[in-house]
Structure formats: C-alpha cells, structure tokens
Ligand binder design. Structure first.
Ligand SMILES: *Cc1c(COP(=O)(O)O)cnc(C)c1O
Length: 391
C-alpha cells in the first residue's frame, strides 16, 4: 500500500515500527547505547561516514520516532533535539551566516526572539520583525540578503493565523527559505510541506509527547535542505536519549485521538467563556467568529486545546483572585499535556513591529482531557472570585 494514501490516524498507529521479524514486538524497544559494535574492520569501514557508527548519531528507538514524524508531516527527514527551543536555534544556525537577514514574525515564541536579538546578532545576522498578518505584503520587507522567513502560526500567545502559503510563495520567489514553528498546528493538523514550508519545527514537548514528562524538539526538512541541516546538527553533537524517544513514540501513537478530544473540550469551554460578561474576546481560531477562523479553516484540518481569552479592563487583583484559586487548572508555562493549564500573560512585553492592543488582561488556557463540565465548574468558581474582588 502507498503510505501517502493512508490517513494520519493510520500512520500514527503504523509508522516507525519494525515489521516482519518473527516474534518481534509491536513497539521498538529502548536501545540504550553509546557504543555500537562491528564484527570486522570491513563492516566498520563500510559504515564509516554514515550516521550509524556511534550512539550520538541515533539508535533504532530514535530512528523509529524520526521516521514516524517525517512520514506523518510529509518531510524528507527528521532530527530530534533535546528541547523545542534547541530545535529552533539549531535550524536557524544551520541555515544562516554572517551578513544574512532574517524576517521573523512579531508573534514568535519569546525565547526564539531572545536568541535572534542576542546570539544571531552577535554572529552578524540581522533580524527584522514583521506583522504576523502581513500576508503577501512581506514582499516589501524582503532584502537581497534575506535568507530565512520565519513563521509561527498561530502565535502561541496571541493566536494570529498567518497566511503561510502566501508568505511562502513570496519568500521562494526571492530565494529565501521558509521556516515554521508548527507546534500548535501539530504534524496532524497542519501539513506544512504542502503549504510551502522548507523547515518545520515542533516543540515535541507539547502534544507529540503529550504527557508533560519529556522535553524534546524535532526539526523536519525537505530533501534539498536535509544534508545541510543534518550536517550542522551532527557537528553540534545533539542527541536525545532512547528512553525519551520511547516516551515520545508512545505519546505519538495517540496524538490524533487526544487532539480530537482537546479540540472538542476547548470549543465547548471557549463558547462558554465567550458568554461571560467580563470576557472581551476569545482567541481560538477554531471558533467561527474568532480572528483568523477563515484562514484556519482553509489551511488546517483541526485545532488543539490552546487558546487565549482577552478580558475587559479589570483590576489585576481580580484576575489574581480568579487564577490563584483554580482547582483543576494548573498554573504553568507549558501546554500539550493531558491536563488543563491557565496562565496570565503579557504579550506587549514581546512585541516590536506591532502593538498588542487589548482592553484588559490576556489569559492563556490549555484545555486538557478532563470532562469539560468539571473544567467549566472550576472556571465558574473562578469568575465568582473575580466578581467578588471587583466589588
Ligand atoms: C514550548 C514551545 C517551544 C519550546 O519548546 P521547549 O521544548 O520548551 O524548549 C517552542 N515554540 C513554541 C510555540 C512553544 O510553545
């Protein structure tokens, strides 16, 4: 059967598995190995120069995960990194050189911004930030030395859905590469390579691992870019443990099933939140009247459980009263696990090309796999505390 005709659910269940061995296991075992052995000089020399001579280059467990991820998103190859951030920084360093110019979305994950403003700057690479909603208007910002156009769609704090195909077309017409932080989209819901992306990056820490117990990143590339990015990755000496790769593979198998429930719960809770008098607007592209909905519907096959809630102007004290007493929503900086999270954020601190305009505070919610009615009850109690504090 041609793999390309299989649906994501089927690929998730079957890719990256060893087949055909009598008495073989369903899952690739954990290969804990630094040293790989060869029975003869000839067999060692035959492998030399390939990526199969030393534990740092990978093992059957990491390779199972890499091949499953590449197959799922339609990439040529995948590389695992110790965190999502290290995947982003590795991909940028692999493709940029002194004198190059980088166009970066203003909605980017803040640590990526810090890396551009400090490390890339120190290496003589200039970053300019652009309005995430610029679309084909990006053409006006491209310079002769623009090497990479970087996107994050939707932004993981402010949820602008970018016109990836339009931006990619312009970038390619000017000889620039297109890089995307696809963590929100996931390999299941946003087929980045079909939309013109050259390098797709995920914080696998989030939905791929899905259980809040492993930090990992993945870089996926086209065939044209793979040798360059893989070569640089190898020189940096990056590797992940087989144990972590095993956990990520275990998480991956249920990715689409979990996402379906995350989305269903998130839609229900977002709709409930939209009816609360203190809520100004909901930033969840899957909601019909949310910003970016039409573009999301055009380009994505689903959503995840992460969205923003813009409140009306109210005292910070009231917001604190609501957030401090949550019973089911944990307070923390991650997302993509099975559990719900809530976070008070301040996007204005991380903007330079655009201004974040909001009436009141922005709260980010990650909706987990709990029963949505229990989560709504927890939020209801929160609104009660908020109202009491406003009086
Ligand atoms: C969390 C996150 C990252 C970084 O991933 P880590 O594994 O925490 O380093 C990158 N991009 C986005 C959008 C994220 O949410």
């Amino acid at each position: 059967m041609d793999d390309r005709k299989l649906h994501p659910e089927t690929l998730l269940a079957h890719e990256g598995r060893e087949r055909g061995r009598i008495g073989g296991t369903v899952n690739t075992p954990v290969y804990r190995a630094s040293t790989l052995l060869f029975p003869s000089v000839e067999s060692l020399q035959a492998q030399n120069g390939t990526l199969n001579t030393y534990g740092r280059h990978g093992n059957p467990t990491t390779r199972s995960l890499e091949s499953a991820l590449a197959e799922l998103e339609g990439a040529y190859g995948a590389m695992l990194t110790p965190s999502g951030l290290s995947a982003l920084t590795t991909a940028l360093l692999a493709t940029l050189k002194p004198g190059d110019h980088l166009l970066m979305t203003d909605s980017v994950y803040d640590p990526t911004r810090a890396f551009c403003d400090e490390t890339l700057k120190r290496f003589g690479i200039e970053t300019s930030y652009y309005d995430p909603l610029i679309g084909e208007g990006i053409a006006a910002l491209i310079r002769p030395n623009t090497r990479v156009v970087f996107l994050e769609s939707p932004g993981s704090l402010t949820f602008e859905v970018q016109d990836v195909p339009a931006i990619a077309a312009v970038a390619h017409a000017h000889g620039a590469l297109v890089m995307l932080d696809n963590t929100w989209g996931t390999p299941v819901h946003f087929p980045s390579f079909k939309h013109g992306v050259d390098i797709s990056i995920h914080a696998a820490t989030k939905y791929i691992v899905g259980h809040s117990d492993v930090l990992m990143g993945v870089i996926l590339t086209t065939e044209a870019l793979f040798p360059q990015v893989r070569g640089f990755y190898k020189q940096l000496g990056l590797s992940v443990s087989a144990d972590d790769a095993y956990l990520a593979l275990r998480g991956l198998r249920t990715l689409s099933t979990r996402l379906e429930r995350h989305q269903r719960n998130a839609e229900k809770i977002a709709q409930w939140l939209a009816e609360q008098p203190e809520v100004e607007r909901i930033l969840y592209p899957a909601l019909p009247d949310a910003p970016g909905h039409a573009q999301w519907k055009r380009d994505f096959s689903g959503a995840c459980g992460l969205f923003g809630v813009v409140f009306k102007a109210l005292p910070e004290q009231a917001m604190r009263a609501m957030l401090d007493g949550m019973q089911l929503f944990g307070m923390g900086f991650s997302w993509g696990g099975f559990e719900s999270l809530i976070l008070l954020t301040n996007p204005s601190a991380h903007r330079s090309a655009t201004t974040w305009k909001a009436e009141g505070p922005l709260v980010r919610l990650h909706i987990g796999l709990e029963h949505p009615d229990d989560l709504i009850a927890d939020l209801e109690d929160g609104f009660r505390r908020l109202r009491a504090a406003c009086r």
